[in-house]
Write a protein that binds this ligand. Structure first.
Ligand SMILES: [Zn+2]
Length: 105
């Protein structure tokens, strides 16, 4: 798999958004890190992605191409869904604990 990442900027740049968002496996992350340490072009892309992920207002990113914005928006939406599910799960757990406490004295 190492060969796949070496000198293969296409594969790495496809995975950069996932890597920046911390969504890829530890092994993939290591391979991407190795590639980034040797590849200026991917490093530049990665810096851009990280910067965009930090931005609160996605539409304010200057000169970003629509494909890239689409990826960022997708990642943010997925994160929001994940957070919503987590909140609802916690809420459900709290509610059932409260109900148990009330009904069983
Ligand atoms: Zn590269």
């Amino acid at each position: 798999m190492k060969d796949l990442f070496e000198n293969n900027c296409d594969v790495v740049s496809d995975l950069l958004p996932l890597y920046a968002d911390g969504c890829c496996s530890a092994r993939t992350a290591r391979l991407i890190q190795t590639h980034l340490s040797a590849c200026k072009s991917c490093n530049k892309k990665y810096a851009g992605i990280k910067k965009s992920l930090k931005n609160t207002h996605i539409t304010d990113i200057p000169n970003s191409d629509p494909d890239f914005l689409g990826i960022v928006i997708k990642l943010r939406r997925r994160r929001t869904v994940k957070n919503t599910i987590l909140s609802l799960t916690v809420l459900a757990a709290l509610t059932s604990t409260l109900l148990l406490a009330v009904t069983h004295g």
